[in-house]
Write a protein that binds this ligand. Structure first.
Ligand code: SF4
Length: 263
């Protein structure tokens, strides 16, 4: 098979995660570019992210709880596009629920930190660099500098708090961000801080040389396989409960005879 679309020019941590869970999923999302319908959870995540991004665009003194609520209309205009509204079949009841739950998350966030006293180096920072021959792309929620002068990657999470036994999986994406930062700024962040803003929990991990090198090597190997599969015209499906359960391409796979696993 010859693909109609070109290969993406760079690999992002989330697409790397798609590829590692199932190469066919990467193909559908990144090569065939078949849109994945918006879900309520993903929309709520984007909505809260949009408010926090708008909040940090203000002068520090203006980043109050009241001001965050006042950014609602601007966030909705960005996030609730016609496509998203159609995917969600958004009605007045769902919209009220989305607003109320986002307000609850903002209440929790303002207990976790006071954004008036946070002075980021960057917000929604788009980094596009080549690392060890692999083109990488990442968008960081926030890059802070701590009291000791070290860079800290900050990532907002609106889902539940993961089991600490799976830290290496939880931090995998952001550890690749550390490699992007090092390549772009010539300075490796010292730590990664995940803010679970729906739960009021912070998870933090130091960034080590060994781990960053391992993440880069893993991305490098994946990119090499991606280009090979693309040239071969076939990205194999590797169904598993973890990969398939929330995959948007289940019907497409079943129609192609792939034994999708959802238990
Ligand atoms: S449904 Fe399963 S096998 Fe098919 S693309 Fe998604 S993860 Fe892969």
């Amino acid at each position: 098979m010859v693909f109609a679309q070109p290969l993406p020019v760079a690999l992002s941590p989330s697409r790397l995660s798609d590829f590692q869970s199932c190469p066919r999923r990467y193909q559908h999302a990144s090569v065939d570019r078949i849109p994945q319908p918006a879900s309520y959870a993903s929309t709520k995540g984007r909505y809260v992210h949009a408010i926090l991004e708008l909040l940090f665009a203000l002068d520090a003194a203006q980043r109050t709880r009241e001001r965050a609520s006042a950014l609602r209309d601007e966030a909705e205009a960005t996030v609730l596009t016609d496509e998203v509204r159609a995917d969600l079949e958004l009605d007045a009841t769902m919209l009220e629920r989305l607003r109320a739950e986002s307000e609850e998350i903002l209440d929790v966030y303002f207990v976790m930190e006071d954004p008036r006293h946070v002075h980021p180096e960057g917000v929604e920072l788009r980094l596009n660099v080549e690392v060890a021959g692999t083109p990488l792309l990442g968008i960081l929620d926030r890059l802070d500098r701590d009291d000791e002068g070290n860079l800290v990657i900050v990532d907002y999470k609106t889902g539940s708090v993961p089991d600490r036994r799976y830290d290496s999986l939880t931090f995998a994406n952001t550890e690749l961000y550390a490699a992007l930062c090092e390549s772009h700024f010539g300075e490796r962040p010292a730590a990664i801080r995940l803010l679970y803003v729906a739960k009021g929990t912070t998870m933090e991990r130091r960034v080590s040389d060994v781990v960053v090198r391992a993440r880069v090597q893993s991305a490098q190997q994946a990119w090499s396989r991606i280009t090979t599969y693309y040239d071969d015209g076939d990205f194999p499906a590797t169904p598993s409960a973890r990969a398939c359960r929330f995959c948007a391409y289940q019907e497409r796979c079943r129609a192609a005879g792939v034994p999708v696993v959802i238990r």
